[in-house]
Design a protein around this ligand. Structure first.
Ligand code: NDP
Length: 246
């Protein structure tokens, strides 16, 4: 288990699912954690309260990843209220599925805003405050590498953009010892992709291990990248997907 004592992390979309698991794991590793939510204020407050009950400092921040001002403010408030920023995990995301012809301009703009612009702006704002040796980790998707069904063109496109973003950040921030990496989850049991949905059997069959992942499967990789063993790992993409892209 890496020792993240004295570190401050910001996890976007930390109220539920993978983000809540990441926030919990980083706190368990010793970090103080700010987490953002968009609508689920109660769940975010519950996660933060649990982290504090376990002995760390925690902060739940309302922030819309689609709103540039809100993204930057969440970074600023983390620094103001928790004292610094060492680890950014850009996790907030939405899913949409449907016929290519039915994708509207609003849907296109919203998904780009949350999955691409919001991550860029969070990374840019975080880097301005980050201590040297910081960490930027974004959460992509196995669909960035393999698109086995129709209906997910928009989602896949936005998630694959994180690969280029990550490589660019690695070059821009490497001189300060700040690393940037992207973790691509496979089907993970959350509200977004419940393991008992009608599509779940198909999803399971696409993996090599024949099962859904859990939030803690993804959080384990994030914890590694955030810790000292991740010091020389940057600009890289990691599939944590049960072999979905094998
Ligand atoms: P969930 O739907 O369970 O949780 C989504 C999280 O993102 C919530 O905390 C939600 O906040 C937050 N969020 C959504 N929209 C916004 C917004 N506009 N601004 C701020 N926060 C927002 O999803 P998962 O935990 O499953 O997904 C987490 C990430 O992992 C996403 O980026 C997703 O694309 C990716 N992923 C998930 C996979 C899966 O199988 N589950 C597979 C591959 C990738 P609130 O609670 O307030 O609504």
């Amino acid at each position: 288990m890496p020792d993240l004592s004295g570190k401050v992390a910001l996890v976007t979309g930390g109220s539920r699912g993978i983000g809540a698991a990441i926030a919990t794991r980083l706190a368990h590793d010793g970090a103080d954690v700010a987490l953002t939510y968009h609508t689920a204020a109660g769940k975010a407050a519950d996660v933060a309260a649990k982290l504090e009950a376990d002995g760390g400092r925690a902060l739940a921040l309302e922030a819309d990843s689609a709103d540039p001002g809100s993204v930057v403010e969440s970074v600023t408030r983390t620094v103001e209220e928790l004292g610094s920023l060492d680890i950014l995990v850009a996790n907030a995301g939405i899913f949409a599925y449907g016929e290519l012809a039915d994708v509207t301009l609003d849907e296109l703009d919203r998904m780009l805003a949350i999955h691409v612009r919001g991550v860029f702006l969070a990374a840019q704002a975080a880097a301005a405050h980050m201590t040297d040796g910081g960490r930027i980790i974004s959460i992509g998707s196995c669909f960035a590498e393999r698109v086995p069904t129709p209906g997910v063109t928009l989602y896949s496109m936005t998630k694959s953009a994180l690969t280029g973003l990550t490589k660019g950040l690695a070059r821009d921030l490497g001189p300060r010892g700040i690393t940037a990496n992207v973790v691509h989850p496979g089907p993970t049991d959350t509200d977004m992709n419940p393991a008992d949905s009608p599509e779940a059997e198909t999803e399971r069959a696409f993996t090599a291990l024949g099962r859904y992942g859990t939030g803690s499967d993804i959080a384990g990789m994030v914890s590694f990248l955030a810790g000292p063993d991740g010091d020389w790992v940057t600009g890289a993409s990691f599939a944590v997907d049960g072999g979905y892209t094998a």
